[in-house]
Design a binder for this molecule. Structure first.
Ligand code: ZN
Length: 294
């Protein structure tokens, strides 16, 4: 019998749970709104109990405690999301399942999913996945592994050049004001222009400014990590007209400094929408169960 793996993508507004063979084939899936930790995690556990699983990959929203030496390993760290600070996600699953489990941030699962489903003949070993939606975050894969450090990277809070004459908007990050997330997440776009981002027309100046900020962030990531592929996902990036704008601006910012043929072309094979569409994180969580629990 084929082995089955469970994956959980735990977002701030909804949870997705799926069971499959770990090769992208999903045999059952459920989704439900994120309410209290008790209610939400119990629904996930009830779903997974219907199956005989080999392993489970858990990929909730962050920030997370990923230090395995910490007694809080496997839980959510301090979060403004009501009721979820210090919720012990892994511990709750361990109380119900005697199975190998992988635990990582949702955006790291998305990065792992995108990496894992790359055509294997491309010989890529590094990839950065940036989600730009209600929040901004980045998952980094190097040598096929998800990068952790003190905690997990928080590239959504990097500082970017902010020309206050061109853009007087102060930013909305409660910690930093005008960091990347504070300037460029969906709610920042809505607040700056006085209407929800998804109602702004395609020719609105919001999008050129948005592409500026994203291009600066992408350029910083290229300088720091030299990834072989950059995937941009999340709700804001569903505006596909951003992609050519961002590629053009990245070329301008880098100014031919990086000596790679990838950087002299249109970058249409380098800065890309998610190959897995909106399913990067849930498929990544299942891939984590299959490949990171051995
Ligand atoms: Zn910030």
């Amino acid at each position: 019998m084929e082995e089955l793996y469970g994956g959980m993508e735990g977002g701030g507004t909804k949870f997705v749970c799926a069971v499959g063979t770990g090769l992208g084939e999903i045999i059952d899936e459920t989704r439900f709104p994120t309410t209290t930790p008790d209610e939400t995690l119990d629904r996930a556990i009830v779903f997974f109990k219907k199956y005989t699983l080999t392993a489970i990959g858990l990929a909730p929203f962050g920030p997370l405690e990923l230090n395995q030496d910490s007694p809080a390993f496997g839980s959510i760290a301090s979060t403004p999301k009501s009721g979820w600070s210090h919720a012990d996600i892994l511990g709750r699953f361990r109380a119900h399942f005697n199975l190998p489990m992988a635990f990582d941030l949702d955006v790291n699962a998305a990065a792992f999913g995108e990496y894992h489903w790359l055509p294997k003949n491309r010989r890529l070993f590094s990839l950065v996945y940036i989600t730009i939606g209600t929040g901004i975050g980045a998952g980094v894969i190097v040598n096929g592994k998800v990068v952790h450090g003190l905690t997990h990277p928080e590239a959504g809070h990097m500082r970017l050049p902010h020309d206050r004459h061109k853009d007087p908007f102060p930013g909305i990050c409660p910690f930093h004001g005008d960091c990347f997330e504070g300037l460029a997440n969906g709610p920042a776009i809505g607040k700056r222009w006085g209407q929800p981002a998804d109602t702004l027309p395609e020719d609105h100046p919001a999008w050129d400014l948005e592409a500026d900020y994203i291009a600066h962030a992408v350029s910083n990531i290229i300088y720091m990590l030299s990834p072989q592929r950059i995937v941009l996902g999340g709700g804001v990036m569903e505006r596909l007209q951003l992609f050519p704008l961002i590629r053009l601006k990245v070329r301008e910012i880098l100014n031919d400094y990086i000596a790679s043929p990838t950087m002299t072309g249109s970058m249409s094979g380098y800065i890309l929408p998610p190959g897995l569409g909106k399913r990067s994180a849930i498929l990544g969580a299942m891939a984590m169960a299959k490949y990171l629990t051995k």
